[in-house]
Design a protein around this ligand. Structure first.
Ligand code: TTP
Ligand code: MG
Length: 358
């Protein structure tokens, strides 16, 4: 019997997305370090860096770093607030371009997507040409660069897109998966966050290769089902399908207060109620979600949005509440009155359609 053909999966990830959009809108920032995130207020601001351009990364600035630390590292950078509405519009135009190139398409967060192009190409040479065409098209339409990883599954494609940023194109052939993954630090795997990394390091596991060669039953003892998943991932095994989204794009709720308030208890209580309400709609319509966005408008109408894409699909209320709480933390300031708060769930997939990752 003929061997089943390997799948050809692309992972496309925009380069320093928020700052790239800002630089495009403001050419005068070109060649400067640029940081998008909270207001640094001369090194005394609260909140974190959303992202920064590659010039700013030379100073050691990174996403999720406290804005005060970024300021200390590079006070002369251009600091900009998050203009989420703009990035969302650009994102949606990019996704429309990408969708056309894919047999199957899955948006993953605001600036990245998986494309199954198996039905569109005969071999990896053709796949590479297709990826170059995608990069050209995005640049021609949006003046933005992206990095693309190509592999026979989502896991390899995602790690490959991150391998040679910015403006990269990395193809990992099936025979090279092991040598490609082995030397990379173990936290490059989607399932390995900071805590898991520390636990793995304590077992002497530093690279993906170390993890692949580690005894599977010990990993299962220590990490349960996740241990098994990590072990398979380290070997480059991932059978998960590209999950095409449904027409319903998002579910959201917001509340405008009768009187502007800085009462943190009231704000958190309101958020919890909104979370319960949107969760009800989610479960009644049988959906899972992956991305949560919060929105806060202060009394002066200054509005901030902040998102998190979870590494898994879920329909649990606790995941909504926990993430919303974390995202909101920097915005609930005792000295600022709030006019409106809201939350949105997006990246929705119907529960029936959702298949297990591996
Ligand atoms: P990423 O793709 O992780 O980062 P990036 O596009 O800025 O940079 P890279 O070139 O390395 O891909 O995230 C996409 C956008 O999501 C990013 O521009 C800003 C936002 N973001 C946050 O708001 N907070 C975060 O902690 C991260 C990681 C990203
Ligand atoms: Mg990106």
């Amino acid at each position: 019997m003929a061997k089943t053909r390997n799948r050809v999966i692309f992972h496309v990830d925009m380069d320093h997305f928020f700052t790239a959009v800002e630089e495009r809108e403001h050419p005068e920032y070109t060649d400067n370090p640029v940081v998008v995130g909270a207001d640094p207020r001369a090194g005394k601001g609260r909140g974190v860096v959303s992202t920064c351009n590659y010039e700013a990364r030379k100073y050691g600035i990174r996403s999720a770093m406290p804005i005060t630390r970024a300021w200390r590292r590079c006070p002369h950078a251009v600091y900009l607030p998050v203009n989420y509405d703009l990035y969302e519009k650009v994102s949606s135009r990019i996704m429309t371009i990408l969708r056309r190139f894919a047999g199957k398409f899955e948006q993953w967060g605001l600036d990245e997507a998986f494309l199954d192009v198996t039905s569109k190409v005969h071999d990896l040479e053709e796949a590479k040409r297709l990826a170059q065409e995608i990069k050209r098209k995005i640049y021609a339409k949006e003046k933005l660069t992206c990095s693309i990883g190509i592999g026979s599954n989502k896991l390899v494609a995602k790690i490959a897109s991150d391998f040679n940023k910015p403006d990269g194109l990395t193809v990992v052939e099936e025979n090279d998966v092991k040598s490609f993954l082995s030397p990379l630090p173990v936290e490059k795997l989607l399932w390995v966050g900071k805590k898991t990394k520390r636990k793995l390091n304590a077992l002497g596991i530093k690279t993906i290769g170390d993890l692949a060669n580690f005894d599977a039953s010990t990993l299962i003892d220590k990490f349960g089902v996740m241990g098994r998943q990590m072990h398979l991932s380290a070997k480059g095994i991932d059978r998960s399908e590209i999950q095409e989204q449904w027409e319903i794009k998002s579910m959201s709720r917001d509340t405008t207060f009768d009187e502007d308030t800085s009462d943190t208890k009231l704000l958190l209580k309101t958020l919890n109620a909104l979370a319960e309400d949107v969760h009800k709609q989610l479960t009644e319509s049988n959906f899972n979600f992956k991305t949560i966005t919060i929105k806060i408008r202060y009394e002066n109408f200054e509005t901030h949005s902040h998102s998190k894409t979870l590494p898994f699909m879920t329909d649990r209320l606790v995941d909504i509440q926990k993430t919303v709480g974390n995202l909101m933390q920097v915005y609930l300031q005792p000295d600022r009155k709030v006019r409106l708060i809201g939350l949105k769930l997006s990246n929705l997939v119907s529960s029936e359609k959702q298949k297990k990752l591996i």
